[in-house]
Design a protein around this ligand. Structure first.
Ligand code: BTN
Length: 264
């Protein structure tokens, strides 16, 4: 049984100061990220949340599609309009961290972590993915959009995904009220945003502690080529670049699109 996202219930539970105070709900939309990118600047202020129950052309990282069963999950985009135009990846990772911490709290278990670059894993299966996109007006950043697809109540995945994807329902063994989950999650994201805005080093430390492979020697795929050597994962720096130690003792840094990590 599918039931539509209850917007007024969600709004009655929302305790944030600004994220989600402007919310745009659509029964069906091609993609919340595409909508948020194309909307006029006055439709999407700082903290606007665009959410839909059914994405017909949901987009994922690396030009992939994002499939999500109708009215079961959370598919939404957050719009940020910061003054500065750098460090985006840290904010995206901050949102991923908020999801990880909330899942660990919600399930009362240390079972979630970030998989580089933008996945959230639950008991070693993907439960959420994030897609960050920017809109510039000339040289000036107009908005940053962080799209989040979070599998909440979906119980069946396509054969290609069934051993790689999961949902909160499957791990908890029961249904989850999406409106409550989202309202609490947005409070946590708002808190992380404030840390990001104030450039608090504690944010980077918490991100790193929750990234798969942190402190381990791992294999790398750079621009689709598997490197022979192993590297020690030192985590992200304050600009969002990934730092890796090579066997000669040198530190190499990579932008997030460039690199995939293979962790045993
Ligand atoms: C990934 O893991 O590949 C990222 C998936 C991002 C999916 C979300 S769902 C809401 C928003 N709208 C989209 O079209 N994509 C993002």
């Amino acid at each position: 049984m599918e039931s539509q996202f209850d917007l007024s219930f969600f709004q009655s539970k929302l305790k944030t100061h600004w994220i989600g105070q402007n919310v745009q709900y659509f029964k069906e939309l091609q993609s919340t990220n595409t909508y948020a990118k194309k909307a006029s600047p006055d439709e999407v202020q700082q903290g606007t949340v665009c959410i839909t129950d059914h994405q017909t052309k949901g987009r994922g990282q690396y030009e992939r599609n994002w499939e999500s069963e109708k009215a079961k999950n959370l598919t939404f985009s957050l719009v940020f309009r910061p003054q500065e135009s750098g460090r985006f990846h840290v904010l995206t990772l901050g949102c991923a961290l908020a999801i990880v911490e909330y899942l660990n709290h919600f399930l009362d278990e240390h079972c979630a972590y970030i998989k580089w670059p933008n996945d959230v894993m639950l008991n070693d299966k993907k439960v959420a993915g994030l897609l960050a996109e920017t809109v510039f007006s000339g040289n000036k950043l107009d908005r940053l959009i962080i799209g989040i697809g979070l599998n909440v109540n979906q119980q069946n995945f396509s054969p290609e995904l069934s051993d790689k994807a999961t949902s909160i329902f499957l791990e908890k063994g029961g249904p989850v009220k999406r409106e409550l989950f989202l309202s609490d999650l947005l409070s946590r994201i708002e808190y992380k945003y404030n840390l990001w805005h104030r450039q608090q080093p504690s944010l980077i430390k918490s991100i790193n502690r929750n990234i798969e492979g942190y402190g381990q020697w791992i294999k790398l795929v750079v621009d689709d080529i598997l490197l022979d050597d192993t590297y020690k994962l030192l985590g992200v720096d304050e600009t969002g670049k990934l730092l890796l130690l090579n066997h000669e003792g040198g530190i190499e840094s990579f932008s997030y699109e460039q690199i995939r990590l293979l962790v045993d």
